[in-house]
Write a protein that binds this ligand. Structure first.
Ligand code: SAM
Length: 321
């Protein structure tokens, strides 16, 4: 079992299989980075799988594939099947923008993927174009429908932003409610790569908007998820992730792996250790040691909401949000 210095059990890893993305979302990667990680530095699926086996043997029980946009990586279903065949009770999930999901959903489900989280920031084509800087909405919504059809469990993520999609908070909730999808509203987390114009909708404001139409009550956290859940009077449940006001770090159970093999203990901070050398040498004992070291070094808390004006310099597209 992996336990950090604050007695938190770490049993969840998020694996970013590529930093590349086919969207240029204002809150994440509004401009193409100066350079991408050179191809030879990216771990192959065989290499990633070697590390996944180490991680599972050390106590990881949940794996989320993310990016950048994970569906840009060819043969993702083959990687998923490798993991599923190694341990089929792993909670195997993926976060995607859904642009390429329509053609991929069935293959992924058949390979062993259980759940997906999809970014649904808007239901208006022109707003989607403004956020992602591309005409994306039709593909995204068709992808969501297909995922539901093939039996993947779907959750939605919305990052509400003033002067962009904030007027659609209720519409997105209702779209999800109709499809029995849980929506989680993620407070925009400031970072150095995002557009400077982005302004977050503070959670108090978000809840006020929802309260203008619905009655709901707070249920609280569900396990180690950073999301606090609320229930409408008709039973529908939605979540809110509030990095600026909340202390979800207390129950944080996750670490992150980038496509080039950096193992990251916290989304906020730059600190990381590489497993690339060990994995490329087939030295699983050293890879396990790095993993244990990273878990031991997991910081107690992120610094969103700190009062010193510090801004996170970690790129979400590298770490997978
Ligand atoms: N491309 C995939 C997607 O769109 O879901 C996976 C990667 S994306 C970095 C993962 C999640 O991070 C998305 O739900 C996205 O909304 C969230 N995210 C990215 N930048 C964010 C920010 N600055 N604040 C809050 N959430 C952010």
């Amino acid at each position: 079992m992996l336990i950090d210095s604050y007695d938190r059990v770490v049993d969840y890893i998020r694996i970013s299989v590529t930093e590349r993305c086919n969207f240029r979302c204002q809150y994440c990667m509004p401009e193409k980075p100066f350079s991408w990680v050179p191809k030879e530095n990216l771990l192959t699926f065989e290499e990633l799988f070697l590390f996944v086996k180490v991680a599972i043997d050390e106590g990881i029980k949940k794996i989320r594939i993310t990016g950048g946009e994970p569906l840009l990586r060819e043969d993702l279903d083959v990687f998923i099947k490798m993991i599923y065949d190694y341990k089929n009770d792993i909670d195997l999930a993926m976060t995607t923008n859904a642009y390429l999901l329509k053609g991929a959903a069935k293959k992924l489900k058949d390979a062993g993927l259980k759940r997906i989280n999809v970014s649904i920031d808007t239901l208006k084509p022109e707003v989607a174009q403004a956020i992602a800087q591309k005409d994306v909405l039709k593909n995204v919504l068709e992808g969501v429908d297909e995922a539901i059809k093939v039996g993947l469990k779907v959750k939605a993520n919305m990052v509400p932003m003033k002067s962009l999609n904030a007027p659609e908070i209720i519409d997105v909730l209702e779209y999800c409610k109709e499809r029995k999808i849980v929506v989680r509203f993620i407070e925009y987390m400031e970072n150095r790569y995002a557009s400077k114009e982005i302004a977050r909708v503070p959670t108090a404001e978000l809840l006020e908007i929802l309260a203008s139409k619905y009655e709901f009550s707070l249920e609280g956290y569900d396990g180690s998820s950073p999301s606090r859940y609320y229930r409408l009077s008709d039973g529908y449940r939605f979540g809110v992730i509030e990095p600026y006001g909340d202390d979800f770090c207390k129950q944080c159970n996750r670490i992150r792996l980038t496509a080039e093999g950096h193992l990251i203990p916290c989304l906020y901070f730059d600190e990381a250790m590489s497993i690339q050398k060990a994995i490329r040498a087939g030295d699983v004992a050293s890879a396990a040691e790095v993993l244990r070291e990273v878990v031991k070094n997991k910081p107690e808390k992120n610094r969103w909401g700190g009062d010193d004006g510090e801004v996170s310099s970690r790129a979400f597209y590298e770490t997978g949000g």
